[in-house]
Design a protein around this ligand. Structure first.
Ligand code: TXA
Ligand code: MG
Length: 343
């Protein structure tokens, strides 16, 4: 199939292109589009067939449910059977923004979206192009990240082109994503609000609004074989470049020494910007040492760059594990398939 590319500098300058992309969505087609987190691969979230096509285009396992993206509260009541008070408090504080809430679903939500669960993940994105696209299409948009399943999520339109060209109807190029990692997913279906995936809205911020919030153990630990998980996405190896990645949990000097003792053919470092000059192996930086937001923004592009450079083995310097750092750490743990060296 021929994939159309729409370059949109702003919703005010390119309304016709936006309308064409929205019409493709309304007609059951697939459109990759920018959000503030990562690019999403959108489909009509109420159209079972369109949703199935998303799984096919990505090569995604069918039991890993999708997030429905909304642009107003009317869509929320169409999709959620119940909107608990906690959801309202979070919505007032963080929507539109990089927060996804898991809520009890209505019968309107197709099983193909919810992966057969009784719940649905809902997000109100804070990106004008995304919101205008949803509004113009007139329906909630199901959108996983717009990458091939297993590869790092796309933070630029070029990443979507690299992965999905010829497999989907259109790609909306709206520039690079600001946050760079996928949204925080919080489940509000149990006793205590539970973070299933850390992201740009931190656990600390959620606790400030809700009081008690717990973090699902699968955020930082591998899921045991055969064990039931609250978020099916957590059991898959995600965000992985083709190279073997080893996460090195160490201070600056120990990391530099560790890499310099092991340099060789195909060996790369994934490091903080301040440290690249001290490394004797070729290095790709993913942000400043004390700048978790910058690390979040740079990580997925850096992982893709390592593949382009032909890296075989990557020693990645572990970020701090609090605030936005927890989200960066979570993605790197998965990129490393939980192979961690602690020095
Ligand atoms: O930032 C984001 O969230 C991006 C952009 C495009 O909005 N989307 C995204 O979608 O990351 P995806 O499909 O790559 O990740 C969705 C995550 C998966 O880990 C999935 O298992 C989880 O949300 N999820 C979806 N529905 C769920 C549900 N009903 N219960 C628990 N987890 C759910
Ligand atoms: Mg994804």
């Amino acid at each position: 199939m021929e994939t159309k590319i729409f370059r949109i500098s702003s919703i005010f300058e390119n309304p016709d292109a936006l309308q064409q992309a929205a019409d493709i969505l309304a007609g059951g087609g697939l459109v990759a589009f920018p959000t503030e987190t990562v690019y999403g691969l959108g489909a009509d979230g109420l159209n079972e067939e369109a949703v199935r096509a998303v799984y096919r285009a990505k090569g995604r396992p069918g039991d890993n449910p999708l997030i429905l993206h909304i642009c107003d509260t009317e869509m929320l009541s169409l999709l959620a059977r119940q909107v608990p008070e906690q959801a309202i408090r979070l919505g007032l504080e963080f929507w539109p923004g990089p927060l996804t809430m898991v809520l009890p679903k209505t019968a309107r939500v197709p099983d193909a979206v919810s992966g057969g669960l009784d719940t649905v993940a809902i997000r109100f994105p804070d990106n004008l192009i995304a919101r205008e696209l949803i509004r113009r299409s007139g329906r909630p948009i199901a959108a996983p990240s717009a990458n091939l399943s297993g590869s790092p999520s796309p933070t630029t339109a070029q990443h979507c082109i690299d992965d999905l060209m010829g497999r989907i109807e259109a790609i909306v190029d709206g520039g690079p994503c600001g946050v760079g990692l996928e949204s925080t997913v919080v489940s509000l279906t149990g006793e205590v609000p539970t973070v299933l995936r850390p992201g740009g809205i931190t656990v600390e911020e959620l606790q400030r609004v809700l009081g008690q919030v717990q973090v699902d153990p699968a955020v930082t630990r591998p899921v045991e074989e055969g064990k039931r998980v609250s978020s099916p996405g957590m059991k898959y190896k995600h965000y992985a470049p083709k190279a073997r990645v080893v996460l090195v949990d160490a201070g600056r000097e120990a990391f530099v020494r560790y890499v310099n003792e092991r340099k060789g053919e195909g060996i790369f470092a994934l490091c903080f910007s301040e440290d690249s000059s001290a490394l004797q192996a070729p290095a790709v930086c993913y942000g400043g040492r004390a700048k978790p937001e910058e690390q979040a923004q740079g990580l997925f592009g850096a992982l893709r760059q390592l593949d382009d450079l032909g890296a075989q083995l990557v020693f990645a310097h572990c970020p701090s594990k609090d605030g936005v750092g927890l989200a960066v750490y979570n993605r790197l743990l998965r990129a490393a398939a939980f192979e961690v060296v602690t020095l």
